[in-house]
Design a protein around this ligand. Structure first.
Ligand code: F6P
Length: 550
């Protein structure tokens, strides 16, 4: 276990506290930009595939210097290197944390032989299935939940431009039958490949959905159904024996050193590879690897994941922000907030440090969001005028990319309209970060006409309602295009940023004991749904059970 100090037990932490009590807390972004014409450049970083404008954040050069000192005192580089070398840093599960090995070139990381054997075999299988004339497969249903679902479910729409029109991907995760029923209803078993994706192959939701899918398949296929399972079902799991017991013979394995929420690069990425093809899947891995190298090699001053992680610590522990909103201005990234919720909140939603000591400071923020511009018409009101300051992370993509065979056939007027829409999208993105920062004073609002306000209201009252405090922080990440490589780099960036804040907080970012109690209580409650027995339950649960069964 690392002997590196916890962030709050360092000199830099005390100096950050002093800084926060003085200039650090008082920073006004509008004044900071007015005073320093070079601020945008000084607080921007270029990492592989991802440019980051960090200048609209509530920090100055001193804050950044102190945060970098904090990172060094917490020995972030040694801790990063320990992870990359395969040390068992997930100490409560006795495991290494080596998702980076999944995207490393042959021979460049631990376990390279195993990784590339499965990858080659999986991608050969992918190309067979994608030859739809020969395979007869038109639909792929991925059954998995959490890390066995959210990554592929996020990546497939993001890479829509690279997907094959011949194969349609469906994702089923919820134990609620309302998830799987409408999917299966539309499908023909003879044209369908079902992937059962589960690291453990024991997860209640996935096993229940897999059983339903199997029953649906056998009923719909008719004679020869049992034998056809070999062609129409595949499993991606570390528990190959359990998959075989279920009757699945086409299996792609992975290893206990791949955390569920870090697993889209492993066999869990099978639906992604089926959607975009082997070459694009390899490009996704290569983009992530480029970010891994940046994380491993760039000096801290230029290291984007580390700087984002440091900002997260500054915001959570000094400025007291409890949440961060993610606003991808690309409809293809609409599932990014959900993906990041698991990545960050399952990783860093912890209350004790590596030694089991209760932490005296906050850890994971709430991560939430929606694709832009949709979020603007829902909750941005609160971001601009609510009582809480919530840092926003915008993701903008410079050049749009539509599926070639679709867009090329469109009339010129439609294509021109789409180009115009992209400028509107980007203008909205920039305008929102501007509005958050600039705000609008009551004096400015007084100068505006407010024709719809009640005549009974005086001008100052109306202006107060129309005032924006401003000085609200945001980060803008920019990709040139949402290619597989760029997306791979973006996801790896987020992974390493979560590592950074977790390392400073000295928590284990790679276990998830907090999901276990609910699972255990569910197992105890389930039999009561058959018997109606409420004996020994707390009053609320007993009454609810009665109501649900009554
Ligand atoms: O929710 C807990 C969890 O263990 C996640 O960490 C994991 O991604 C998910 O369940 C699914 O687990 P599995 O892949 O084993 O089915």
């Amino acid at each position: 276990m690392s002997t590196a100090p916890r962030c709050d037990r360092t000199e830099a932490w005390a100096r950050l506290a002093d800084h926060h009590a003085g200039a650090g807390r008082a920073l006004d972004l509008r004044q900071a930009f007015a005073a320093d014409a070079g601020r945008a450049g000084a607080f921007s970083l270029q990492a592989p595939e991802v440019f980051a404008d960090l200048s609209k954040n509530l920090w100055d050069a001193d804050t950044r210097t102190l945060l970098l000192a904090l990172a060094r005192e917490c020995r972030i580089e040694q801790r990063r290197d320990a992870m990359l070398a395969g040390e068992p840093i997930n100490h409560t599960e006795g495991r290494a944390v080596l998702h980076t090995a999944l995207r490393a070139p042959r021979g460049a990381a631990p376990f390279g032989d195993e990784v590339h054997e499965v990858l080659d075999r999986m991608l050969a299988y992918v190309e067979q299935v994608r030859d739809t004339a020969a395979s007869g497969i038109r639909h792929v249903v991925n059954i998995g939940i959490g890390g066995s679902d959210l990554g592929p479910q996020m990546v497939v729409p993001a890479l829509d431009a690279y997907t094959s029109p011949a194969l349609t991907l469906h994702f089923v995760s919820n134990v609620d039958g309302h998830d799987i029923a409408p999917v299966l209803r539309r499908l023909d078993p003879r044209e369908t490949l079902v992937i059962v994706a589960s690291k453990t192959f024991t997860t209640q939701e996935t096993m229940a959905n897999a059983a339903v899918a199997r029953a649906w398949f056998l009923a719909g296929y008719g004679e020869g159904g049992e034998a056809a399972i070999a062609k129409h079902f595949a499993a991606t799991t570390t528990n190959v024996a359990a998959a075989a017991k279920f009757g699945i013979t086409t299996t792609f394995g992975f290893w206990d050193w791949v955390g569920g929420r870090y697993s889209l690069w492993s066999a869990i990425g099978l639906p992604i590879a089926l959607a975009v093809g082997a070459e694009n899947f390899r490009a996704l891995l290569a983009g992530a690897h480029a970010m891994d190298r940046h994380f491993a090699e760039a000096p801290l001053e230029e290291n984007l994941p580390i700087q984002l992680g440091l900002l997260d610590v500054w915001y959570r522990n000094f400025l007291g922000f409890t949440s961060r909103s993610v606003a991808p201005y690309h409809q293809g990234l609409r599932r990014l907030p959900a993906y990041l919720q698991q990545l960050e909140m399952e990783s860093n939603g912890k209350s004790v440090d590596l030694d089991g000591e209760l932490l005296p400071f906050g850890t994971s923020p709430v991560v939430w969001g929606e694709a832009g511009t949709n979020g603007q018409h829902a909750y941005f009101q609160m971001l601009h005028q609510g009582t809480d300051v919530i840092p926003v992370e915008f993701v903008a993509v410079k050049t749009p990319c539509y599926r070639a065979e679709g867009i090329a056939e469109l009339p010129e007027g439609v294509r021109a309209g789409l180009a115009d829409q992209h400028h509107k999208l980007l203008a909205n993105c920039l305008a929102q970060s501007q509005a958050l920062m600039l705000g609008k004073s009551t004096d400015e609002a007084m100068g505006e006409s407010a024709p719809t306000a009640s005549k009974a209201l005086d001008a100052t009252t109306v202006a107060r309602h129309r005032t924006f405090p401003g000085n609200r922080p945001s980060t803008t990440l920019v990709l040139d295009q949402l290619t597989p490589a760029a997306l791979g780099a973006l996801i790896a960036l987020y992974e390493h940023r979560v590592f950074t804040s977790g390392a400073l907080w000295r928590i284990n970012s790679f276990d998830q004991w907090g999901v276990e109690l609910g699972k255990a209580l569910c197992s105890q409650l389930l039999p009561r749904f058959a018997t109606g027995d409420t004996a020994g339950l707390d009053g609320s649960t007993a009454a609810l059970l009665d109501r649900l069964l009554g």
